[in-house]
Design a protein around this ligand. Structure first.
Ligand SMILES: NC(=O)c1ccc[n+]([C@@H]2O[C@H](COP(=O)([O-])OP(=O)(O)OC[C@H]3O[C@@H](n4cnc5c(N)ncnc54)[C@H](OP(=O)(O)O)[C@@H]3O)[C@@H](O)[C@H]2O)c1
Length: 183
């Protein structure tokens, strides 16, 4: 079955986007990374949240801008408001919950990995027990405010296992396996 991966860049103080969804900091620190390239190449389908879609469409070329244009494949967008989404042939809209979304993306990935985009969406995948790996690149910046990587009051802990580390210039690359409690 496809591995489900949350691949993201994060500021040292734990934000995946700055105030007003700014991502300039990530682009300016996104140098060469063997782990990033390997992860991108392993992904067969993307499951994204509606906020990722709205921000990426308005500012970063939408689906064509994923991995700077170096990735193509099926992209699924989760939303409670499918009727508000513009008719966009580059994405498939899903609205039947996180378990259904992961299973649809897994089928589309056809044996390759599913990459998750958007912190709210990825957090749901974690809490549903469906995330296999977190691959995070820590940028040398304190953003101070923005979109948090993970967590809200009442969220319980999830154990991780560090399986790979590296660095590319100023950025620290970390790969974690999510430890699922024994069923
Ligand atoms: N640093 C990085 O590498 C990186 C990577 C990707 C994105 N980003 C940034 O992260 C931000 C977006 O992330 P985010 O955490 O704010 O939001 P997100 O996860 O992209 O989207 C969350 C939205 O998706 C919809 N959604 C999520 N789960 C759903 C479900 N189970 N059923 C139906 N709809 C569901 C809801 O929208 P509705 O209720 O409105 O439909 C929800 O508010 C942007 O600023 C983006 O640029 C950063």
């Amino acid at each position: 079955m496809s591995t489900v991966i949350w691949h993201t860049m994060m500021s040292l103080d734990g934000f995946v986007a700055g105030p007003d969804d700014t991502m300039d900091w990530a682009f300016s620190h996104g140098g060469r990374s063997a782990l990033a390239d390997e992860t991108r190449d392993s992904i067969g389908a993307i499951l994204a949240g509606r906020r990722w879609y709205d921000v990426a469409s308005a500012r970063y070329d939408g689906v064509a801008g994923i991995y700077g244009g170096a990735w193509t494949g099926p992209v699924f967008v989760l939303t409670h408001r499918p009727e508000d989404l513009p008719d966009d042939p580059t994405v498939t809209v899903l609205s039947d919950g996180i378990e259904d979304a992961v299973s649809v993306a897994r089928r589309a990935a056809d044996g390759r990995a599913v990459g998750v985009l958007g912190a709210i969406t990825a957090g749901q995948v974690v809490r549903a027990g469906l995330l296999d790996e977190i691959i995070v690149h820590i940028a040398p910046i304190l953003l101070g405010d923005g979109v948090r990587f993970y967590g809200a009051p009442g969220t319980t802990a999830t154990e991780l296992e560090l399986v790979e580390r590296g660095d590319s210039e100023q950025v620290i690359d970390l790969r974690y396996r999510v430890r699922h409690p024994a069923a």
